[in-house]
Design a protein around this ligand. Structure first.
Ligand SMILES: [Zn+2]
Length: 424
């Protein structure tokens, strides 16, 4: 038993070590120890050819087991142990305009003409920084602070400054507790949760998610609608069931706010904060699908019920959605309920009820009549959603999780989409 156990540990260690020691050719490594021996071969039995200093950077040429072959200088290479170096952070490389010589050997002149004095010769495939261009000639920078002119037609030039954009694809978490998952599925394991403002490097875009790099080299996936893409990163469309809300106006009403905190959860969650979070998530989803969205409040402030309903009666939106979380004396009460008041509000409540059913772990109650001010006084298709009981400790934990927020908001989104499409 003990032998088996240590074998497993050994295997794990080996796996860990080998996954750590993978260096791509051309990758850059930085010396992380104060003094490191570079050797003539991949092992400590080979002779030392050079001592490397901390923070020196080298290009990887090859690797063998735990040893890496590096480029010491233009014509010299050596081997170092992989545990004394780390992969260098990729840097943005700004390449100035440069010309590559395409002729086998050409003369460089003091003037942009063959009448000039010959300064030197340059060879094929060498790159030179371009200083100026004149009459189809390039003035190039030569070694030792010299310069001279070469005919443009014997060169291949890169005139624009180019930026290595490998590090430019980035996303920023829009909220606290944004889940980074193991796969593109919104139900897969959460590897890490990000806080609002956390930035991640994007390595790929798959379906509606960004594949991002975590600090320890691992990859994770984050839903496109929970992050803001940087200007170099393509913004992706965000939901699995895509609906087109172009031309639709939707008012979202996050319940309570300001002095009116709403319900206080068994573990102290304030309803007013959670309703705002849900509303803002829903807003983001809808706006991304072309909807015109108005929130009755976009911060922690008090709004009377009549002023909330005024948004609806004045703007006459295609839908009005009031968001709440429930509480009850009996702490075992659980579940989600969509409410309507007028019969013209019922189809919307029903559509949301249908799409909630297959998205949530919670008990979903059929839409029902509810005498709420924001419904009763409302001329528009409206629904009031009680999205779970904060008074139930277990349910409070579920509804405040991002997994739930993601699922519930997607369900409401789909319910709205189906409603507008004339479906169930
Ligand atoms: Zn409420």
């Amino acid at each position: 038993m003990k032998v088996k156990f240590s074998l497993i540990i050994m295997t794990l260690l080996l796996l860990f070590a080998s996954s750590n020691s993978s260096y791509a050719k051309g990758e850059s490594v930085t010396v992380k120890e104060p003094s490191v021996n570079a050797r003539s071969g991949p092992g400590t039995n080979y002779e030392i050819v050079e001592h490397l200093k901390k923070d020196e950077t080298f290009t990887v040429l090859d690797q063998k087991d735990d040893w890496i072959k590096i480029q010491l200088s233009k014509k010299k290479s050596a081997w170092v142990a992989n545990w004394v170096v780390t992969i260098s952070e990729p840097k943005k490389q700004l390449k100035p305009p440069y010309a590559t010589i395409t002729a086998s050997s050409i003369a460089v002149y003091s003037k942009p003409s063959f009448q000039g004095e010959k300064v030197t010769d340059v060879q094929k495939d060498n790159d030179y920084k371009i200083i100026k261009e004149k009459n189809n000639w390039f003035q190039i920078k030569l070694p030792n602070e010299k310069k001279g002119w070469v005919p443009k037609w014997y060169t291949r030039s890169q005139l624009k400054e180019t930026v290595d954009s490998s590090t430019d694809m980035q996303v920023t978490a829009l909220f606290d507790d944004v889940p980074l998952r193991k796969s593109t599925s919104p139900y897969s394991e959460i590897i890490k949760t990000a806080s609002k403002g956390d930035e991640f490097t994007v390595t790929a875009i798959k379906k509606n998610t960004y594949e991002v790099k975590l600090s320890w080299g691992k990859k994770a996936y984050v839903a496109g609608w929970l992050v803001q893409a940087s200007k170099h990163t393509p913004q992706i469309k965000m939901v699995s069931e895509q609906h087109d809300f172009t031309g639709k106006t939707i008012v979202i009403d996050p319940g309570h706010g300001g002095n009116d905190g709403g319900t206080i959860g068994a573990s102290q969650t304030l309803e007013k904060n959670l309703t705002l979070q849900t509303a803002q998530l829903l807003e983001r989803l809808l706006v991304n699908s072309g909807a015109n969205v108005i929130l009755t409040r976009n911060k922690d402030e008090y709004q009377s019920l009549s002023s909330r309903v005024k948004y609806s009666n004045k703007l006459q939106p295609d839908a009005f959605i009031s968001i709440h979380y429930d509480s009850a004396e009996q702490s075992d009460l659980r579940g989600v309920t969509p409410y309507y008041y007028h019969s013209y509000q019922k189809p919307l409540a029903r559509s949301i009820y249908y799409s909630l059913q297959d998205k949530s772990k919670l008990t979903i109650r059929e839409e029902r009549f509810g005498d709420y001010h924001v419904l009763r006084q409302n001329s528009q298709p409206s629904v009031l959603l009680e999205l779970g009981y904060l008074s139930n400790k277990e349910e409070e934990e579920i509804v405040t999780s991002y997994a739930y927020q993601e699922a519930i908001v997607t369900a409401v989104y789909n319910g709205l989409g189906n409603y507008f499409a004339g479906g169930k």
